[in-house]
Design a protein around this ligand. Structure first.
Ligand SMILES: Cc1cc2nc3c(=O)[nH]c(=O)nc-3n(C[C@H](O)[C@H](O)[C@H](O)COP(=O)(O)OP(=O)(O)OC[C@H]3O[C@@H](n4cnc5c(N)ncnc54)[C@H](O)[C@@H]3O)c2cc1C
Length: 391
């Protein structure tokens, strides 16, 4: 059980340095990136130079080998700065494709892709979703035909974060009727193209794209792990992404609550600050309870993930399902408590609202989280075992 503060002095030093970095290198540019629908490559380079991408990765590949709480620290600071669009780009680089290369890649792949990506010299993306296959990963139809000394790739991907910026993409492809595999594809590969998608509701700073593969030749050395094991690798790789989504939602909600608290104490109506109305105080109280519940389940999930790795799937899935829905209620209420100005861009609530709306869709929809949980809960033996272990 998690009863103590999980953060050490080292984590708090990291927090200070991330906070300073955000103030200097991110906040002044966010408006411009939001308008451009993309951030600068420079911010990746600087994040890498400061070692922020590598906190949980091995020192051998330019990481610093800290525990997963360090990734939580960075995520909390990004969420508190209300820059979810940029954060998504940075996480889609670090915690989607790179754990796969770290866990399953060859030495050559780690030196060629993992280390430069952690240094911020190369940008990475993960390409799974296709126009006809999102939740249903097994429905992927982009093919990689084994041609002896290389793979021949044909097909397309959609909604890929960092799609136009990426120097390489970890790609889920069909290598047989019943099997999927993961390949690393270089941007320079002939036949590979990317078209930006600019009509998103939110997350405007993050680059989203459609990818196309027309007779792309990829050398055999680009295969990650074993051919035909891709589905299993993909399913195993979701936990970090879902945890960070849970932490992001929790701390955007926490930020929104703080804004609402301050605004309701300052805003006058009917001759008094609106926080003096009981209905507003009670709303703030409900929001605070929700934020605390989100924080508790997220931290519990992180602690269990550190202990059990991908075997913590049940609590991680619960955290993702719960926080993504609940944080939206808090942000929505915070916007409401701001009245008309909440609907304007000036107070940041509008951006937080449209950015956070992605959280019930990305990294696996709420319905898919419930599907996973439903199956685990109906597996009585597993469920009782997990309940006992948590008591
Ligand atoms: C901004 C953005 C960035 C993204 N970045 C990436 C990325 O970097 N890489 C990547 O690979 N993908 C990315 N995605 C894709 C994202 O992971 C998918 O959109 C998501 O998994 C849902 O898939 P879908 O859009 O095909 O929806 P669908 O799977 O078509 O779902 C439609 C609806 O049906 C429901 N549904 C589906 N199956 C079931 C079921 N079995 N039971 C009950 N309900 C069900 C869903 O919950 C949903 O409500 C991104 C998406 C967005 C919007």
């Amino acid at each position: 059980m998690l009863t103590t503060n999980p953060f050490t002095e080292e984590h708090e030093l990291l927090r200070q340095s991330v906070r300073k970095f955000i103030e200097k290198e991110i906040t002044p540019y966010v408006e411009e990136w939001e308008k451009n629908n993309i951030c600068s490559r420079d911010v990746f380079r600087k994040m890498g130079e400061h070692g922020f991408f590598g906190v949980t990765f091995p020192e051998k590949y330019a990481g610093s080998g800290m525990d997963f709480w360090s990734a939580v620290v960075i995520t909390e600071e990004m969420a508190h700065a209300n820059i979810a669009g940029l954060a998504m780009s940075l996480y889609a680089h670090t915690y989607l494709p790179l754990p796969l290369i770290n866990a399953l890649g060859t030495e050559e792949q780690k030196n060629k892709y993992l280390a430069p990506a952690l240094k911020g010299e190369k940008i990475a993306a993960l390409g799974i979703t296709e126009p006809g296959a999102g939740s249903d990963v097994a429905g992927i139809i982009t093919t990689a035909k084994n041609m002896g000394d290389h793979y021949l790739i044909n097909g397309s991907k959609t909604f890929i974060t960092n799609g136009t910026m990426a120097d390489f993409v970890v790609l889920a492809v069909r290598t047989g009727e019943d099997n999927l595999s993961l390949l690393i594809l270089d941007k320079e590969t002939k036949g590979f193209s990317a078209i930006p998608i600019h009509n998103k509701l939110g997350m405007h700073t993050s680059d989203t794209a459609q990818l196309f593969f027309e007779n792309c030749k990829a050398p055999k050395s680009c295969l990650i792990g074993e051919e035909g094991h891709g589905f299993y690798y993909i399913m195993n790789n979701f936990q970090e992404e879902r945890l960070l989504a849970a932490v992001t939602g929790t701390f955007i909600a926490d930020w929104a609550l703080k804004k609402a608290k301050q605004y309701t104490m300052e805003r006058q109506a009917f001759g008094r600050p609106i926080s003096k109305f009981q209905v507003i105080r009670h709303k703030l109280a409900q929001m605070a309870v929700t934020v605390e519940a989100c924080r508790s389940i997220s931290y519990r999930a992180v602690a269990e993930f550190i202990e059990k790795g991908s075997n913590a799937v049940e609590i991680v899935t619960m955290a993702k399902a719960f926080t993504s829905e609940e944080c939206m209620k808090v942000i929505n209420d915070a916007l409401q408590l701001h009245g008309g100005v909440g609907y304007m861009e000036d107070y940041g609530l509008a951006r937080a609202w449209r950015d956070a709306r992605l959280l019930t869709v990305g990294a696996g929809t709420t319905q898919i989280m419930h599907e996973i949980l439903g199956k685990l809960i109906l597996d009585e033996v597993n469920y009782q075992n997990n309940l006992q272990k948590r008591q």
